[in-house]
Write a protein that binds this ligand. Structure first.
Ligand code: GCO
Ligand code: MG
Length: 412
């Protein structure tokens, strides 16, 4: 089974997606997601200019060998662009292997360890009534775990908060920027950590009073705090029993998490911007986190993330794979197959894609009673409708950024 064709497809049904499609000499196809939000074309070039020609003629069955070849032969290891490109090849090869075997990928990974994947959605609101509305809508859709993001008095625009009622009703699908802002330049948002630290515990208190003690609640700090501020937040949220506090501080410096950990029992999740096991080495070995946030798409594919999660399992650290709408349905399906098979699954982030995205990527995964399942189609279970994909050309789109009141650029 030889790889005969490799195409890189860029499509923008409401947001940009980069997809690798491999075709074997006997006509099997495999898809891989290589989307890096806001830097999409860098991965397109990496694949088109440096990888696809190396794939032609290779044995499509040799997934591990191809992974090692791409990782080691490049010499320049790691990094989001390299690891997303390798991830796409890896996913596409697992997809092909599944189709060749007539089995869904999770069967090849050891079979199902559970009946479905608990998933959380994004509730947000500028005010408490908007936030409560958004929580109720998620509950009506069956979500059994909900992430809570709230506006902060005095701050104009905060990343992750739906900016008006339409967007709130849309469940934050366009949580990162409005369509009108796509293009030209990153939108500027504002930030004040002290105001945030004062406000957020009151939001969780109100949400617990309204929705009760049972529902798992999550929160994303989006790298905005220093370690001591993160420790303070974790501590002040303890009465509200969070499922996790995510990205409480930037984690390039893994040691920083020691300080946070010493001060709070709020569970911690980190890693959506990590791309190899080396980014987690200290965090996992010293049990400084509870959940691994990596996406299959950004962490070298199923093969590499499986190794990260097996390492994590030895330390009772669980999966909490990244799943916002900038992970394509192909990347989401890959996450679901892996999550279903591993023992240390924790939770899966899941935001519904837009209708247009679902028409481009035809999926077999299901969402029922708050649980995701990858479906039983051979391979990953997602097919690309290339006619639909062709209708939506690439559009430049940036993520926003932050400035403090005095004009200093801040983490966001
Ligand atoms: C999350 C993330 C996303 C990222 C986005 C960047 O927890 O879902 O923080 O919202 O910011 O994926 O492209
Ligand atoms: Mg996050």
């Amino acid at each position: 089974m030889i790889i005969a064709k490799a195409e890189v497809i860029v499509t923008s049904p409401d947001r940009n997606f980069v997809t690798l499609k491999l075709t074997t000499d006997d006509g099997l196809t495999g898809l891989g997601d290589a989307t890096v939000n806001g830097r999409e074309l860098a991965v397109v070039s990496y694949l088109r200019d440096h990888v696809v020609q190396l794939l032609i003629g290779r044995d499509a069955h040799r997934i591990e060998d191809t992974w090692q070849f791409l990782y080691r032969s490049a010499y320049w290891r790691r990094g989001p662009i390299t690891m997303a490109a390798i991830a796409a090849v890896d996913m596409a090869l697992w997809d092909i292997k599944g189709k060749a075997a007539g089995m869904p990928v999770y069967q090849l990974l050891g079979g199902a360890s559970r009946t479905g994947l608990l998933a959380y959605g994004h509730a947000s609101g500028k005010s408490l009534p908007e936030l409560f509305d958004s929580v109720r809508k998620h509950q009506e859709e069956g979500y059994r775990a909900i992430r809570i993001q709230s506006g902060v008095p005095g701050l104009r625009a905060i990343y992750g908060i739906a900016s008006n009622e339409t967007f709130a009703a849309n469940h934050g699908q366009r949580y990162d920027h409005e369509p009108a802002q796509r293009g030209a330049f990153p939108a500027e948002e504002d930030w004040d950590t002290r105001a945030y630290l004062r406000h957020i515990p009151t939001v969780f208190e109100a949400v617990r009073n309204e929705f009760g003690p049972e529902i798992p609640l999550l929160h994303d700090g989006h790298h905005r705090m220093t370690p001591i501020q993160a420790a303070q937040l974790g501590k002040s949220l303890e009465p509200y029993d969070l499922f996790w506090l995510e990205d409480c501080t930037p984690a390039e410096n893994q040691e920083a998490l020691r300080l946070v950990r010493q001060h709070t029992t709020t569970p911690l999740a980190i890693g959506e911007i990590f791309n190899t096991v080396w980014d987690y080495q200290q965090l996992i070995r010293e049990q400084l986190i509870d959940y691994v946030r990596s996406a299959v798409t950004h962490t070298g594919g199923i093969s590499h993330l499986k190794k990260v999660l097996e390492f994590a399992a030895q330390y009772q650290v669980k999966s909490g794979m990244h799943g916002p709408t900038d992970i394509s349905p192909v990347g989401m399906a890959a996450a679901m197959h892996l999550g279903l098979a591993i023992h240390n699954f924790g939770i899966q982030e899941y935001m519904k894609h837009t209708e247009r995205t679902d028409q481009v990527f035809e999926q077999s995964y299901t969402w029922q009673n708050g649980l995701l399942h990858p479906g039983d189609n051979p391979g990953l279970g997602v097919e690309l409708n290339q006619d639909e994909a062709g209708k939506y050309p690439y559009e430049q789109a940036y993520l926003p950024y932050n400035r403090l009141a005095d004009g200093t650029v801040h983490d966001w």
